[in-house]
Design a protein around this ligand. Structure first.
Ligand SMILES: [Zn+2]
Length: 250
């Protein structure tokens, strides 16, 4: 999204409500992107998106932070991340999300943590990767137990991928970080970085990431499997919304 478009959006909804926002903050204790962070948030989001388009969705899933920076610097149409942009990404990555209502555990120690290509396997026709061993073996078992109408919808995610998803979520909440964190783990806190994965019903698209998935036969078959469980149950302690599609391996 162009910054202009965002400013339009903001003018229409949240900026005109910025004075209003301050009241909301007090009321529900949400943490919001600060006024100073808004422009850097948009420039960073745009560059990350351009890198993703450049390397392709599949490769972007497991791209590491340093390679994202190198890719941006190498192509003039993207452009090197500026000091302000790097500081912003680090600030977000190393922030303590307890402050904005997310209580999950840190899963990625450093912003530069890499995913070794030899540790992952690409799952055909999905564009997603799984860690070799426990994750990909469990996934194969799940597919053979539930049936081929079930499919991997998100697997291993590197730091840039989780950052991209997180920033998109913040965009959709118009800057409400607390609300965003309830539906998506901050970049250093995703269990997708250590083996969890998402599944869905083939052909269901975005609906797979809604509570509708909990009403499918596939979901109920998943519930019967003793070797997996649901990471984000209703009222989970991490403060994340109910995610019936997110699989935790036992
Ligand atoms: Zn997930």
């Amino acid at each position: 999204m162009q910054r202009r478009a965002f400013l339009g959006l903001v003018a229409a909804s949240s900026l005109s409500a910025m004075t209003h926002v301050k009241h909301i903050k007090k009321e529900d204790e949400s943490v919001w992107l600060s006024d100073e962070q808004i422009s850097v948030f948009f420039s960073v989001s745009k560059k990350i998106d351009l890198v993703k388009r450049y390397v392709g969705h599949g490769n972007f899933n497991i791209l590491c932070y340093d390679d994202m920076l190198k890719t941006a610097a190498r192509y003039s149409k993207i452009g090197r991340f500026t000091k302000v942009e790097l500081d912003f990404m680090e600030e977000i990555f190393y922030a303590d999300p307890n402050e904005h209502g997310f209580y999950g555990s840190r899963t990625v120690p450093s912003i530069t943590t890499k995913i070794n290509k030899k540790d992952v396997i690409k799952i055909p026709r999905t564009g997603h990767y799984l860690f070799k061993g426990h994750s990909d073996e469990s996934y194969s078992r799940v597919i053979s137990d539930v049936g081929k109408s079930l499919v991997l919808t998100s697997g291993v995610r590197g730091v840039p991928k989780q950052m991209d998803l997180y920033f998109r979520k913040i965009k959709s909440t118009k800057g409400n970080i607390t609300k965003a964190s309830r539906s998506l783990a901050p970049p250093a806190y995703s269990y997708h970085s250590i083996g969890d994965f998402d599944v869905g019903k083939k052909g269901w698209g975005y609906k797979n990431f809604t509570v509708s998935f909990a009403r499918t036969q596939e979901f109920w078959r998943l519930q019967k499997l003793p070797y997996i469980s649901m990471r984000y149950t209703i009222n989970n302690k991490d403060g994340v919304r109910f995610e019936p599609w997110h699989v935790k391996i036992i």
